[in-house]
Design a protein around this ligand. Structure first.
Ligand code: PEP
Ligand code: MG
Length: 591
């Protein structure tokens, strides 16, 4: 189709990660069709068996081709993976089982293959032998390939095979896939669907890769090899950019370079308003490798360590020991600054393939975060012990995600006490004064914040979720992104109520959702009385630059205006006006 895209063409989406890049496009697989069972008539069965066999032949051809292409760049042990895949493809027991399901249940081949291979995968995963267990992941890979052929999903692509820098284009990128992106090869990415606070978008900002989501059918319209420019400031993707466009972007790059210099100047200055109010500005991280960026951008420690990224993209749970090593490394590197470790927040849009959780109708309202951990005592215990042990080596704090009410908080605290007692009995050191906080990200938690505040040492507002749950607007769904309004009066009031409840009970209150890293909204949060802002390392400089250019007294007036206003757009407009007046250079080059 792209052959028709001779001239410049602009695609619009949602800007989620700043920066501009240009290069060749690589289109990832399209949306996967659901695998449903179809009842075949008797005379369709023969053809269906044939279709299955053809898909195996096709898969064999593809694997051989990939093997040939990568043999020059991969070691022989990596190339062996493909030999294992080819052997599995010839496994007569599996093939016979699939044919049996097609014949006996008059079922379609994709359903039959999916059912049979799932059974195999489950058996392999349950065996003791590590080598055999690893074959389960090979079979999962292979199953994906065969199903792509049966379902005619085109252009399945393995990110490990990228050889040169490119712009990834896909229907969607899961957070787990995004976490694996290698900046050497991925200049930027664009997806058909997605929202600004989906974890995929959050990871793009964390990796500092320009990204656009919600660009509708872009993955259908572009083809691998097309040339594009991706503008992560304004949310556009320009295919076949003209010389004029390239010239304009050259000018933008100059403006941004000048701004970069200004931002570098404040990097190691304190985040203090013109009238002397200090704001604690910390960073959000996903793993130990982000620590260098925390220091480089001048953040004061970590306000949110999203530990779930230690649990995904692997074949088994991380042990207590492994987690301890990571938490200790982060805490030791940032000492004496504090590191707030959030206990596991799996579920919602983040899944660990090895946990084999049943699909839920509404995962964001389902078995997620603290709900999941309280129901998985062994898993929770390992993490809590790891955090507690690491607290002996640095300045660690801990917080629970998705607290909906007092019971969960009391249960979680009791769990921690049990772990502490165990450690004391084993004479294993930990920080007896480790501070525990609660994330406030469910409206019910705001409404009972006074009760919660008496049992914790701090609050951290998870605005990403607070907005989605309050406004009933899925944070990952671009179709409702117009309803996902951080400046909705309901959100402003909830933030104020949380801050007030915290202060009335003598504890501090931070914000670690994406609004904390938005220089347009940061003054409003400061004016509402928020004590700490935690954001992706890459945006810390901008927020600090802004804070250093505003007066607390004026930020308070802005907050008063917002609290009295009835309109989200009016509040947003006033915030933008305030930000542009105080720090105009931050907005140079923005559409
Ligand atoms: C939030 O909800 O604002 C938050 C910081 O947590 P997460 O984005 O990981 O859900
Ligand atoms: Mg959250």
């Amino acid at each position: 189709m792209s052959g028709q895209l001779k001239g410049e063409k602009v695609f619009r989406g949602i800007a989620v990660s700043a920066g501009v890049c240009r290069g060749k496009v690589v289109v990832l697989h399209r949306a996967r069709h659901a695998i449903a069972k179809r009842e075949l008539s008797v005379d369709e069965i023969g053809a269906e068996v044939k279709r299955f066999e053809q898909s195996l032949v096709r898969t064999r051809q593809q694997i051989t081709e990939i093997q040939r292409r990568v043999s020059t760049t991969m070691s022989s042990s990596e190339a062996d993976i493909f030999d294992a895949h080819l052997l599995m493809l010839e496994d007569r027991v599996l093939i016979e089982e699939v044919i049996k399901i097609i014949r006996e249940q008059s079922a379609n081949a994709d359903y039959a293959f999916h059912t049979a291979s799932d059974r195999y995968i489950a058996v392999l995963e349950a065996v003791e032998d590590e080598y055999l267990r690893e074959r389960a992941s090979d079979l999962r890979d292979l199953t994906g390939r065969v199903l792509d052929n049966l379902l005619e999903v085109k252009d399945q692509f393995d990110l490990r095979h990228l050889k040169e820098p490119c712009i990834l284009v896909g229907h969607d990128l899961s957070p787990s896939m995004t976490a694996q992106l290698d900046k050497k090869f991925v200049l930027g990415f664009v997806t058909d669907i997605g929202g600004k606070t989906s974890h995929t978008a959050i990871l793009a900002r964390s990796l500092d890769i320009p990204a656009v989501v919600g660009a509708k059918s872009i993955s259908e319209e572009l083809e691998t090899g097309d040339y594009a420019l991706l503008d992560g400031y304004n949310g556009t993707v320009i295919v076949n950019p003209t010389d004029q466009t390239l010239f304009e972007y050259g000018q933008l790059a100059k403006i941004k370079a000048t701004l970069g210099e200004k931002l570098r100047e404040v990097q190691h200055q304190p985040a203090v308003t013109l009238d002397g109010k200090a704001i604690h500005l910390s960073a959000n991280i996903e793993d130990q490798h982000d620590v260098a960026a925390v220091t480089a951008h001048g953040a004061e420690g970590v306000g949110l360590f999203r530990t779930e990224f230690l649990f995904i993209n692997r074949e088994s749970l991380p042990t207590e020991e492994e987690q301890y090593t990571v938490y200790r490394e982060v805490a030791a590197a940032l000492k004496p600054d504090s590191v707030i470790i959030r206990t596991l927040d799996i579920g919602g849009d983040k899944f660990a393939s090895h946990l084999q959780l049943a699909q839920e109708m509404n995962p964001f309202l389902g078995w997620r975060a603290i709900r999941f951990c309280l129901a998985q005592p062994e898993l929770f215990r390992a993490q809590l012990r790891a955090i507690l042990r690491a607290s002996a080596e640095g300045n660690i704090r801990m917080m629970y995600p998705m607290i909906s009410g007092l019971d969960e908080l009391v249960q979680a605290n009791a769990f921690v006490e049990k772990c502490k007692a165990e450690l004391r009995a084993g004479k294993i050191p930990f920080d007896e004064n480790l501070e525990i906080g609660a994330m406030i990200e469910i409206p019910s938690a705001v409404l009972v914040a006074d009760t919660l505040a008496k049992r914790v040492k701090f609050f951290s507002i998870g605005s990403n979720d607070l907005i989605q749950y309050t406004l009933a607007a899925d944070r990952t769904n671009e179709k409702v992104s117009h309803l996902y309004e951080p400046t909705h009066p309901a959100i402003i009031r909830l933030i104020k109520m949380t801050v007030d409840a915290a202060h009335a009970n003598g504890i501090w209150c931070g914000v670690c959702g994406e609004i904390a890293g938005d220089p347009i909204l940061a003054p409003l949060l400061v004016g509402l009385g928020v004590d700490e802002l935690s954001a992706a390392p890459a945006v810390i400089d901008q927020v600090k630059y802004m804070i250093r250019r505003v007066k607390l007294a004026e930020a308070r007036q802005l907050a008063e205006f917002a609290l009295a206003s009835e309109s989200p757009t009016q509040i947003l407009a006033r915030c933008m006006e305030f930000a542009r007046q105080n720090a105009p250079s931050l907005f140079d080059g923005k559409a």
